[in-house]
Design a protein around this ligand. Structure first.
Ligand code: UDP
Length: 367
């Protein structure tokens, strides 16, 4: 045994675990099938712009410990996410707030907005929302549901809102103030200089093998480490023995444009079904990058099939039940720890993954 830990996947879960284990004098080998570290948080510097290669990553948390923890490795700027939504030729502020309501209905006061939503809700008589559609109608009424939620959600998840769990839409704040901050969290920002530098620091004391697929690697190296931290898809680890979990895949079409400013905002959502992509990210606006060009990424969502990169778990009842089966066999593996979005089949934000990794560290080292 050359290593104490084999860490599969160099995203946040694996890298935090690796850092903490190394700090405690343990030897770690980190492998990743991609040609870089950082998982989906990876950023690449191009033309003076840090490109979020796997989609917009905006760090936000209300957990002061996590905020302090991650600030050891980077300094954050004061970026506040305030996406714009485009529906046909109309433009709205997100999340759903007085700016959105005022534009939608030509009103000024919270009282007027509430009255309209109340009135639109009546039509549907929803007491206990059973799915995303009912949840959305109850929260914001019919107009906003139809213009800003229905098409976007169907594109992102490939299913009608009536077949999706309501928790997905509860991620978005709704407020009756003129406040376009997409998150309610106490702390928010983008790491100055990109995310990849955080991972360089986290993994500084580890051995790293890139372009290395775990299942190939492990065939003739079963004894490489005493324990494994596995952050890939949990169903794949068990050879899909109970069936395959469903995921959404995302594809990015990235281009450099010979102009200074394409859309005037980092994130613009396209909420109608006739636009094939869900959103366009203009990377330079995350860090106010000073570049004469700009780089944009159109984000397309599609059903995951074998061989695709999985992005979002589809946490409906069927998949969650399947996951529980995998989780019960995973728990019996005393030499393997499963974690991260793929290993836990959860729609985690970055702060939550870091928190989970630190919990795993505490358990592992009996602290
Ligand atoms: N959503 C929507 N319209 C929007 C933005 C988001 O209906 O313009 C819904 C959609 O169902 C989406 C969910 O809110 O899946 C969560 O959005 P979020 O921006 O948190 O998704 P992420 O950034 O994780 O892709």
């Amino acid at each position: 045994m050359k290593y104490d830990y084999l860490i599969v996947g160099a995203g946040f879960f694996g890298s935090i675990f690796a850092y903490e284990a190394s700090k405690r004098g343990k030897k770690c080998l980190v492998i990743d099938k991609r040609n870089h570290i950082g998982g989906n948080c990876y950023t690449e510097l191009k033309d003076g712009i840090n490109v979020h290669k796997y989609g917009a990553h905006i760090f936000h948390t209300s957990n002061k410990n996590i905020w302090n923890y991650i600030n050891q490795f980077t300094e954050f700027n004061n970026y506040i996410n305030s996406p714009i939504a485009i529906y046909k030729d109309e433009i709205y502020n997100l999340p759903f707030n007085m700016n959105t309501f005022s534009k939608m209905w030509g009103i000024k006061t919270p009282e007027e907005a509430l009255a309209i939503i109340e009135n639109q809700k009546k039509e549907f008589d929803i007491i206990q929302p059973k799915n995303l559609e009912e949840q959305a109608l109850r929260m914001v009424g019919k107009d906003i549901y139809e213009k800003l939620i229905k098409g976007y959600t169907q594109k992102q998840w490939g299913r009608p809102c009536s077949e999706l769990p309501s928790f997905i839409i509860k991620r978005l704040p709704i407020r009756f103030t003129y406040d376009n901050n997409y998150f309610n969290d106490r702390y928010q920002g983008i790491p100055i200089g990109g995310y990849t530098k955080i991972f360089d620091k986290l993994l500084a004391k580890c051995d790293i093998l890139l372009n290395t697929d775990y299942f190939e690697f492990i065939k003739d190296k079963k004894d490489v480490a005493l324990k494994t931290i596995y952050t890939g898809e949990i169903d794949k680890f068990f050879n899909f023995q109970f069936g395959a979990l469903e995921w959404r895949a995302v594809k990015f079409e990235t281009e450099t444009l010979d102009i200074d400013n394409f859309q005037g905002n980092a994130v613009v959502n396209y909420t109608s079904l006739d636009v094939p992509y869900t959103r366009i990210i203009e990377h330079k606006h995350f860090e106010k990058a000073d570049s004469k060009n700009t780089i944009i990424s159109k984000e397309y969502s599609s059903e995951w099939k074998l061989g695709d990169e999985p992005y979002y778990p589809i946490n409906n009842e069927k998949n969650n039940e399947l996951y529980l089966k995998y989780q019960s066999v995973a728990k019996k593996q005393d030499k393997i720890i499963f974690g991260g979005r793929l290993g836990s089949y959860k729609y985690y934000d970055m702060d939550k993954v870091i928190e989970e990794a630190l919990i795993a560290v505490q358990i592992e080292f009996g602290e």
